[in-house]
Design a protein around this ligand. Structure first.
Ligand SMILES: Cc1cc2nc3c(=O)[nH]c(=O)nc-3n(C[C@H](O)[C@H](O)[C@H](O)COP(=O)(O)OP(=O)(O)OC[C@H]3O[C@@H](n4cnc5c(N)ncnc54)[C@H](O)[C@@H]3O)c2cc1C
Length: 456
């Protein structure tokens, strides 16, 4: 029995840990993919190799020099729809929805393995109807939408017939602090009347984007976290105006786009509010947890791709009498990248498992930890791959520049790194205070004065 005491004590402490990054049981380290999902995982990898990789270059080539940047060029959507139809017929579809009746019902942990594969090809997610921001929007609709909202918007999204956007960020305020959102929605009879401005609204430039979820302030007099609501706004509602596209490192990312929008007396039915008035923040928690971790899973796929490219380049070029891989510290560079990818993978899997076992809200510290860690490290890894490619690394001949841009962007989108570090740091401090207050741990100050708590 004596040997069990330290473990019991550890359990007691970690149960009190709330959202901090601690291990509650050894089961938290069981990060294996379930046997049930392995065939699906293998099928996704095979599908990307045989159906998505071969069309990717042509898809983007067809889009070059099109007359209207905010439309798709002839042939592009046909290629994409062909791949989507095949994926659907093979059942490789909508599996991002965890434990849902309408998706494959994958756990976040199982999905993590698949999302890494999706991250290796930028068309893959859409071919399998698993791309942002639709995934987050579909999950919200699926969890809190009314039967009418589901029929009108969720069904066509699940079928991959339309696309959607999520509109929260505003140019006039620090949007990291979502309590400050200014876009107003006021009830006038049976309608919300919306006025405000949003920017960097991804996907709102795509002609297939038919619906937006818009974060609005509906009651400035309510408690701080009850002032906001999320409202469904069809793109073609009078008063919705696309002012232009925001650049991302000089690219407008057309026709997907990251759009600057103005809402002027936009009227939508009262029933377009999601889950009820004042639920905006609760919905954000629901939506942003999975969205953030999906990004990180795909980022690891991108980092894997960068390592592959680095090694291929290092082995295939020679100078100064040696292969590039053997010059300078290149072996160590590759080693460090591999080590970091494996560390990130473990963190992402642990966060996914925490979401499965604790729920999205309780697992938010884990999600913030990976969101703070992964895009920054992936930027560094892709940067090393660019360096090993020389000038070609930043050219259109290789995807590395695009890959770096999207990882750099992720250090801002869905909350900048600092906000996520704040979540983790705060939880750590709170947890430590609780441990010390409960007498379960000594502070450094106690130790220094010799008053060390020895425990039960
Ligand atoms: C390519 C791209 C796509 C995007 N897509 C969407 C979208 O589809 N929908 C949408 O609504 N938004 C989208 N965004 C916007 C993104 O979510 C916001 O930019 C982000 O939340 C930060 O808000 P902000 O730009 O107002 O920065 P601010 O809130 O003004 O923050 C500026 C800086 O202040 C610092 N900072 C902020 N908070 C803290 C803190 N607590 N502690 C320390 N430092 C802090 C950080 O360095 C931060 O970068 C997108 C952004 C990009 C770049």
């Amino acid at each position: 029995m004596a040997a069990l005491r330290p473990l019991n004590r550890l359990r007691k402490v970690t149960r009190m840990a709330g959202g901090a990054l601690k291990t509650a049981s050894m089961d938290d380290f069981d990060l294996r993919m379930s046997e049930k999902v392995r065939p699906l995982y293998e099928a996704v990898k095979e599908f990307i190799r045989t159906e998505v990789d071969p069309i990717t270059e042509e898809f983007y080539r067809l889009g070059e020099n099109r007359a209207d940047r905010w439309s798709w060029a002839p042939g592009q959507l046909e290629l994409l729809e062909g791949a989507k139809a095949k994926a659907r017929s093979l059942g490789l579809w909508n599996f991002f929805l965890p434990d849902s009746e309408t998706g494959e019902g994958l756990s976040n942990l199982d999905y993590a393995y698949i999302a890494v594969e999706l991250g290796k090809n930028r068309l893959a997610s859409e071919c399998l109807n698993c791309s942002a921001p639709d995934t987050g929007n579909m999950e919200v609709l699926e969890r809190v939408g009314t039967p009418e909202q589901k029929e009108r918007w969720l069904e066509p999204l699940l079928r991959g017939e339309i696309r959607s956007a999520y509109a929260m960020t505003e140019p006039g305020i620090m949007s990291s602090d979502a309590k400050q959102i200014q876009t107003k929605a006021e009830l006038d009879g049976d309608e919300w009347v919306i006025n405000g401005e949003k920017f960097y609204i991804s996907g709102a430039g795509d002609p297939r984007c038919k619906i937006m979820i818009v974060m609005c302030r509906t009651n400035p007099d309510a408690d701080t976290y009850k002032q906001q609501s999320q409202i469904l706004v069809p793109m073609d509602t009078p008063g919705v105006e696309i002012l232009g596209a925001m650049d991302v490192f000089g690219n407008d990312d057309a026709p997907h786009g990251h759009m600057h929008l103005r809402f002027t007396d936009v009227r939508v039915p009262k029933d377009n509010v999601l889950w009820g008035e004042g639920k905006g923040f609760e919905i954000s928690q629901l939506r942003l947890g999975p969205g953030r971790i999906h990004h990180c899973m795909r980022s690891i796929g991108a980092a894997e791709k960068a390592i592959e490219m680095m090694v291929d380049r290092g082995l295939s070029r020679e100078g100064f009498g040696k292969k590039l891989i053997n010059l300078g510290k290149n072996m160590e560079v590759i080693s460090r990248c591999r080590i970091e990818v494996e560390a990130m993978r473990l963190m992402v899997l642990r966060a996914a498992k925490a979401m499965d076992t604790l729920g999205n809200a309780e697992a938010r510290v884990w999600v913030s930890a990976v969101k703070a860690m992964v895009p920054e490290k992936c930027c560094d890894i892709i940067d090393e791959a660019i360096q090993m490619h020389g000038a070609a690394g930043i050219s259109h001949w290789f995807p590395l520049a695009d890959m770096w841009h999207s990882q750099r962007t992720l250090r801002l989108a869905d909350g900048p790194d600092e906000v996520h570090h704040q979540v983790v740091g705060r939880a750590e401090a709170k947890n430590r205070q609780a441990e010390v207050a409960s007498g379960a741990a000594a502070t450094t100050a106690n130790i220094a004065t010799g008053r060390v708590f020895t425990g039960p």
